[in-house]
Design a binder for this molecule. Sequence first.
Ligand code: ADP
Ligand code: ASP
Ligand code: MG
Length: 456
Amino acid sequence: MQLCRIGDELSTGDPIGAAGAATGLGGRGVRPAPYTGSVATTEYEAVPAVAGEDAQEHLGTVVMKFGGTSVADPEKLRGVAERLVAAREAGNRVVGVVSAMGQTTDELHALARQMSREPDRRELDMLVSVGERISCALVAMAIIDRGHRAESLTGSQAGIVTDTTHGKAKIVDVKGRRIHAALDNDKIVLVAGFQGVSTEYEVTTLGRGGSDLTAVALAAALGADRCEIYTDVEGVFTADPRIVPEARKLHAVSYDEMLEMAASGAKVLQLRSVEFARNHRVKLHVRSSFGDTDGTWVTEEDDRMLEKAMISGVTHALDETLYRVDGVGAARLFAELAAASVNVDTIVQTGSEVVFSAPDSDHADVTAVLERLGCSWSSRDDLGKVSVVGAGMKSHPGVAAKAFATLDELGIEPEIVTTSPIKIACHIAAGDVERAVRGLHGAFELDQRAAERAHA
Ligand code: ADP
Ligand code: ASP
Ligand code: MG
């Protein structure tokens, strides 16, 4: 299924850089001529091979990752230590990956901005990588106090080698020898998430939410049985449970579905970590750090998933900017954006005009590229995106019709529609997003028990 449509014209005027505004241009423009011959894609990042020599099977290795809320204060850090000790006492070789405590990363960013309007990226990585180091040293201390051996490692010490892109570096190699040696010495190993060392020996970070990627990359490199992602919800739900209280926890979701869900806004797993897990067949178990119930398994597609419910969830995003560009070929434009490490999502090309979306956090990079190319462009940040995702829609026509009918009943008109074989995404007014999520969630009966895809 390939479908796309563009509604209202993007607002026009001075490019943001020239106008000196911090975000997209306001106001609405004229209705465009109908669009024909469009192409819609979702781009995923290429994933490097991990060091083959370290990837041999080490039975009984488990990587357990704990997010910011799960390590927010000393009591929670002690709880994490206890979980890691319990896993060790159950006979596993245990690697813990921890995020920075609570909002530490945001606070460090805010601190940096008090020093500089646009902090130097190398220095910013030196600063924000500290948050994760604090957590892992504290957890190691708590484990040692419980009579176990433990060792905390920075990303660099753990052998995570990246390219040289500060702020969103890509992993190019994982050297697992030091971790294996510590595990062989009966230690529980703690690794600071979200960071590595570049091929130029600089500290780098892996992008927001990057501790998930640290955990998955280590699980792949160490040949771990599974990677457990402990977080502040009980698993992956049919929608963000903070917006849809009746959302159901999914028992299982396929890599492809999780990729689409993460790409379209389900923040529970970082997109790049899911991509890495799929490419290296790392079994992921997303679960609560505050209880013992089974969470959500992210694995290969299984017929049982689709028998129960063809839609896995409704996702949303509010942190994307949409750009409309004319006067530069798509090949050159996307080559330049890729060179600037911009994470482009939706792309729609019609004649000489290209429309694409990118995270708000990449806005300065996109602006710099467009200014350098000297093309005419405009942007808007008043749109959000709501998506319906499910592997079952490959073989069930009518999902798009139901999605559009539901939005129509709510009086919501999509501005752009893009699809993949397992996703329908609609850019709509940001203020309508929550209503649209709830409406679609109900329309596809995701509040019913069958939506959980329970195998039992
Ligand atoms: P952590 O700090 O543990 O990495 P995150 O904040 O990154 O946790 O991700 C967990 C959050 O993801 C949840 O609190 C929830 O609000 C949000 N979320 C968004 N969509 C979903 C979804 N479909 N299922 C579960 N959680 C979701
Ligand atoms: N602390 C980093 C962030 O807030 C990485 C992470 O939590 O995964 O983005
Ligand atoms: Mg996260």
